[in-house]
Design a protein around this ligand. Sequence first.
Ligand code: AMP
Length: 286
Amino acid sequence: MKIIHEIYDIKEQIKKWKKEGLSIGFVPTMGFLHEGHASLIKTASKENDKVIVSVFVNPLQFGPTEDYSDYPRDIDHDSKICRENGASLIFNPSPKTMYGDKNYTHVNVDTLTNKLCGFSRPGHFQGVCTVITKFFNILSPDKAYFGEKDAQQLAVIKRMVKDLNFDIEIIGCPIIREKDGLAKSSRNTYLDNKGRQAALVLNKSLKSAHNLLESGEKDLSKVKKLIKNNIEKEPLATIDYIEIVDSLTLQPVYKIEDPILVAIAVYINNKVRLIDNFTFKIKQVK
Ligand code: AMP
C-alpha cells in the first residue's frame, strides 16, 4: 500500500487523478483500523475511482488529560486493512506537516457542539473541524465517509460542509459491531476482560430503549430513565451522558417528530470512555 507523508506529494498525485477525470473518495481516520473503518473504505471504493484513507492521530482534538500519546498506532496493520478493502493510498502526515510549529486558525461549528461529547470534551469538535477542513482543502475529494458511530461528529461535519460551501458529499455509514453487540472502536483495546463484559451495557441499554420506542412509548423521559437504570446496574460503568436530541440539529427534543438520536457515553472502570447511539424515526401510518 502506497503511503504518502507530505502535503506536496499528495497534491501532485491528486492533480494527476483529476486530470484523468477520476473521482476521489476520502476516509479520515486516526488509524488502528478495524472492521468499522474497513466498512467505510469498502463503501468508498465502490463509489469512487480512487480512495484516500488518512491515518492521523490529530493532537488538536484531544484534551490535555486525554489519551493522545497512548492512542494505539499500527501503520503496518492499517496498510493491510486499506489494501484488502480497496483503498488507493494512505495519507499519513506528521503533526508538524499538518500544523507547522503552531496553528493559529481554527474552525468552529457552534450550537451543535455544545452538548453530548462536545460538553464532556471541550475543544474536541474544534480540533475535528479544523483537521477535516485542512484535509478537505488538501485532498479536494468528491465524497467523504464518516461512521454513524460518531453521530455527533457526522452531524457537525454535515453542518460545516453546508455552512462553508464545501463541494463535497458527506456519506454516513452504519455502525459495525462485535458479535455480542459492542460497537467496534480502537479504544476497546483499553478494556480488560471484566471491562469488556461490562461494556456490553451500552448496546444492551440502547436496545431496550429502542424496544420501548418501538412499542409506542412517546414519553422520552421514560426512555432516558430506562437507559439510566440499565447502566446503573453495571458496577463498572459510570454515565457520562444520556441524551435524546434531534438527529440533525442535536438540540434536545421532548416529542418524537423528526428522526431522533439517542446517544450515550459511558466510562468503564472510570477510565475508558465509550460511546454508542441509535437513530429512531416514527413509522408513518398511511
Ligand atoms: P476514528 O479512527 O475513531 O477517528 O474513526 C474514523 C472513522 O471511522 C469515523 O468516521 C468513525 O465514525 C468511523 N468508525 C469508527 N468505528 C466505527 C464503527 N464501529 N462502525 C462504523 N464506523 C466507525
